[in-house]
Design a binder for this molecule. Structure first.
Ligand SMILES: Cc1cc2nc3c(=O)[nH]c(=O)nc-3n(C[C@H](O)[C@H](O)[C@H](O)COP(=O)(O)OP(=O)(O)OC[C@H]3O[C@@H](n4cnc5c(N)ncnc54)[C@H](O)[C@@H]3O)c2cc1C
Length: 367
């Protein structure tokens, strides 16, 4: 099992153990802190308030957005987002809605109430159609609730398995999603901008979109306190997933959406629904429901520490990742392919804590 570097998959968390002999940035004689100093995260096992694990719906060939006929119905798939479901949700849902709604009249069914089902339902309502959301589980009991909530497309496909057509869908989805999350920044949805410090092997963060990531630059050692030789920084959005999903569900209901807790075992169950247009947003559930064996679980484990409101930056690197949220400091994580058990493992959690303890204990100066 490995600690997850959201930029790269690095097999060890031990690289930071010895620290690096970089020049420090001590506080000045005037008592003012120098630029580049940050408050460290207070990492210890007794600050853990909960541990969680979730199964990412991963497809090496990337997410599926496509339409097919199911008896007299149009069925539009929108699933398989791997480690990027929060990030891409609005975007793939926009593609799916455009595919499904063309020429349609009447009510619409959405199956699944994670981030993908909820964004799909809202876009359909915004287009003027009545929606019923059917789902086996509602927030807070979805995989989407487990997500750390960084806006960054990560861990959702394998380069050698995707087609140019899929890549075009991906960029269109990323572009729309990036814009849509930006206009939702604020307390209601629990979305905020944070600078992110990202360990690199010398290069900049890849520029996926003309505007993502913004403020993308390499840092000199005196510009940051991390005991790391090469670091870049950029700004991105962070979503407090529990709050976001709760508000999204309210939005669906406020716009007269119906919600029905219900499980579907086969496509025939779906064919029996009254709606003639159905969106499949069942995430990992699509494997058994539609026999998509290309879909596999990738378990991720997180330790959540007591909140520290003074931490207003995020980190990703060999130690793992740290996203500060109002509901706790999220420390991640693992990326365990093919594991179906969604229970946190004490040994993995202990490794996540230890790697972050070393990282923050190595800070060269503090604010
Ligand atoms: C530890 C961890 C950290 C992550 N961090 C990030 C991050 O920082 N950024 C990011 O973008 N992504 C992140 N992700 C990925 C993200 O969580 C997923 O990609 C996303 O949640 C997938 O959303 P979904 O709506 O497709 O699936 P889900 O949230 O699993 O929702 C599926 C819905 O379908 C329903 N359903 C399933 N099967 C059936 C059935 N047969 N009948 C009826 N209903 C059914 C479920 O009950 C549920 O309501 C992370 C994931 C994990 C595990």
């Amino acid at each position: 099992m490995q600690i997850l570097d959201r930029r790269r998959f690095v097999a060890t968390a031990g690289l930071l153990a010895g620290g690096l002999a970089l020049p420090g940035c001590a506080t000045t004689g005037t008592g003012r802190t120098q630029a580049g100093c940050l408050p460290p995260v207070d990492v210890s096992a007794n600050r853990i308030i909960r541990t969680v694990a979730g199964l990412r719906p991963y497809r090496a060939a990337g997410f599926v957005v496509r339409a097919e006929l199911l008896g007299d119905k149009r069925l539009v798939h929108n699933y398989g987002h791997g480690g990027a479901g929060i990030t891409l949700s609005w975007g793939t849902s926009k593609l799916a809605a455009e595919l499904g709604l063309r020429g349609h009249r009447g009510p619409v069914a959405v199956i699944g109430c994670g981030v993908v089902g909820l964004t799909t339902a809202r876009l359909i309502q915004e287009a003027g159609f009545p929606v019923t959301l059917y789902a086996k589980a509602l927030p807070p009991d979805t995989t989407s609730n487990i997500a750390g909530g960084q806006w960054h497309p990560f861990g959702h496909f394998r380069e050698s398995e995707v087609t140019p057509e899929w890549r075009a869908q991906f960029l269109t989805a990323a572009e729309y999603s990036w814009r849509r999350f930006q206009i939702m920044v604020g307390e209601d949805y629990g979305i905020r901008w944070l600078p992110t410090y990202s360990q690199t092997s010398g290069g900049l963060e890849a520029q996926l979109l003309p505007t993502f990531p913004p403020r993308n630059r390499l840092l000199r050692p005196r510009e940051h306190p991390f005991p790391i030789e090469t670091l870049s920084s950029y700004d991105t959005l962070y979503v407090e997933t529990g709050r976001f999903l709760r508000q999204m569900l309210r939005d669906v209901q406020m716009a007269s959406g119906r919600v029905e807790v219900r499980s579907f075992d086969t496509p025939a169950d779906i064919a029996a629904l009254p709606e003639r247009l159905v969106f499949n947003c069942t995430g990992l559930g699509s494997r058994s429901l539609f026999g998509d064996t290309g879909l596999e679980p990738v378990r991720g484990q997180l330790a959540i520490l007591l909140p520290q409101p003074e931490i207003r930056y995020a980190f990703t690197g060999e130690a793992g990742y740290m996203f500060p949220r109002p509901d706790g400091i999220v420390l991640g994580g693992t990326f365990e392919r093919g594991v179906w058990d969604a229970a946190p493992q004490p040994d993995a959690i202990a490794r996540i804590i230890a790697s972050h303890q070393r990282l923050f204990a190595g800070f060269r100066c503090t604010a």
